[in-house]
Design a protein around this ligand. Structure first.
Ligand SMILES: Nc1ncnc2c1ncn2[C@@H]1O[C@H](COP(=O)(O)OP(=O)(O)OP(=O)(O)O)[C@@H](O)[C@H]1O
Ligand SMILES: [Mg+2]
Length: 461
């Protein structure tokens, strides 16, 4: 017999209970209902319920209290909140308490079905992840992802699991520099699609029509500049993975098209009437709070649900400081080798500062700090003095030969600035064994500009 998933509706209004029952029974679920918290508790004792739809407004009773009780007796219970007008704040509160998601009244049959289906799919994947975890495997192996904190191990297990489900859409969220792109590549590399293309596109970098023809391609003559036919990234990624970076920046109009493609698994080139079927896994990433973008009407809720089938959240580095030492080690080895330096270690004092720092730029910032130190320094051990001021808190380093006091007779500002510039470039060149590329990176000056200035100040010899 096919397993029918069981849904419990908790609502004091018979009208809503009946309505949900009608909608969802029609979609093949088995429905149960309760009027209040007590009834819900009983029902959960008697039946193996897969998902609860809980109204926040239960007349006398507070839905939040009921949620708390349900979650206390079963923290894994999947709960979707139903909220009316004006109770969005309580809904957010409910999410914090562990509700999976919320849906606003009045809702459409399609919307409720979609959210229920996706919640259950997600739950099933989660369950498998947990089973996998129980099976052991605690080390990160053959991965580009460095780290040993429980949080990053958890991320890694989720990647491994979703990688196997090769058509599931994945939504990666996390602050800038936490490793979203790295995770997206890992999802691809660990999947059966690994020998097929991994194609990435930054959805924030192109205006609407360019992004559209980039994604879907176009026919010759589809618009004025379409001089020839162009295949889009969906076609190029066939059999593989399409990574939609910064999905939160995508234009609303294009979001509709993307939604349709993801639902129908087919699309048309711009200017064509022929449907092209696709077999592509979509992985999307964003550092935006998509929930908020939905509330602000910058992001479509239905697209969010489709993308969010398997969410992977990467916590900021400051919340997983156990990862700092292995990351330092990893980047030290890498850049020491690259820049032919002997730096292999970090002093205890310096490590303390590195551990205390909040890392607003996350792993990317840590990587840049290590790279700079490896370029600048020749010691074997990193000490506190070598750390940037924001990390060491040591701002009274007085290695500045220039005085910024203005002499009574005045000065030639342009000349002064040129002197500072010349001195800086000269120091940086010394620190990099006169390597222009590294110097340009160190000073944040484009290579061409740098060459011009080296010439101008006679620093090339
Ligand atoms: N756990 C990790 N192990 C090794 N390298 C990492 C890790 N996390 C991030 N990095 C490195 O840090 C840098 C930033 O990571 P990435 O580009 O994936 O961040 P992101 O989350 O996509 O940032 P943004 O939102 O700004 O695009 C990359 O060079 C990446 O290789
Ligand atoms: Mg990125």
């Amino acid at each position: 017999m096919v397993h029918m998933e069981k849904i419990l509706v908790v609502d004091d209004e018979a009208f809503i209970r009946d309505n949900l029952e009608r909608i969802l029974t029609g979609k093949g679920y088995k429905l149960y209902s309760a009027e209040n918290g007590k009834g819900a508790g009983q029902m959960l004792q008697e039946e193996e319920i897969d998902l609860v739809l809980l109204d926040l407004n239960l007349g006398e009773e507070s839905g939040l209290d009921v949620l708390r009780e349900l979650k206390e007796s079963d923290p894994e219970l999947l709960v979707i909140i139903i909220t009316g007008y004006g109770t969005v704040e309580s809904a957010v509160e409910a999410l914090k308490m562990g509700a999976y998601d919320y849906i606003k009244k009045p809702f459409k049959a399609d919307a409720i079905h979609l959210i229920v289906r996706l919640a259950l799919e997600t739950q099933n994947l989660r369950r498998e992840v947990r089973q996998l975890k129980r099976g052991g495997q605690s080390e990160l192996t053959s991965s580009q992802i460095v780290g040993s904190s429980p949080q990053i191990l958890d991320v890694y297990h989720q990647i491994k699991e979703v990688a196997k489900h090769e058509t599931s859409t994945v939504l990666i969220t996390g602050e800038s520099g936490t490793g979203k792109e790295l995770v997206a590549r890992e999802v691809h590399n660990l999947s059966p699609r690994k020998n097929k293309p991994f194609i990435e596109i930054n959805c924030g970098s192109l205006p609407y029509n360019l992004l559209e023809s980039e994604l879907f391609g176009h026919e010759k003559g589809a618009f004025t500049d379409a001089k020839s036919r162009k295949t889009g990234l969906f076609e190029e990624a066939e059999g593989g993975t399409l990574f939609l970076d910064e999905i939160g920046e995508m234009d609303m109009g294009l979001q509709v098209k993307l939604l349709r493609v993801l639902e129908d698994r087919k699309f048309r080139r711009v200017g064509s009437t022929k449907n092209i079927e696709i077999d592509v896994r979509v992985v999307a990433a964003t550092n935006r709070e998509l929930r908020k973008a939905i509330d602000d009407k910058h992001f479509r809720e239905d697209l969010y649900y489709i993308l969010n089938v398997f969410p992977i959240y990467i916590p900021p580095l400051r919340e997983r400081k156990d990862d700092i030492p292995p990351l330092l080690n990893f980047f030290l080895n890498r850049f020491s080798t690259e820049f032919k330096k002997k730096i292999r270690d970090v002093s205890r004092d310096a490590l303390n500062y590195l551990m205390q720092y909040e890392w607003p730029g996350n792993v990317r910032e840590l990587k840049n700090v290590v790279e700079r130190i490896c370029i600048m320094q020749n010691a074997e051990v990193i000490t506190r003095e070598m750390l940037p001021v924001e990390i060491s808190g040591n701002s009274n380093k007085n290695n500045n030969a220039f005085s910024f006091e203005i002499p009574i007779e005045g000065l030639d500002l342009e000349q002064f600035i040129c002197d500072v510039e010349k001195e800086m470039i000269s120091t940086a060149l010394n620190n990099t064994d006169k390597n222009v590329a590294k110097t340009s990176r160190l000073l944040g000056v484009p290579r061409g500009t740098l060459r011009y200035k080296i010439e101008k100040y006679g620093l090339s010899g």
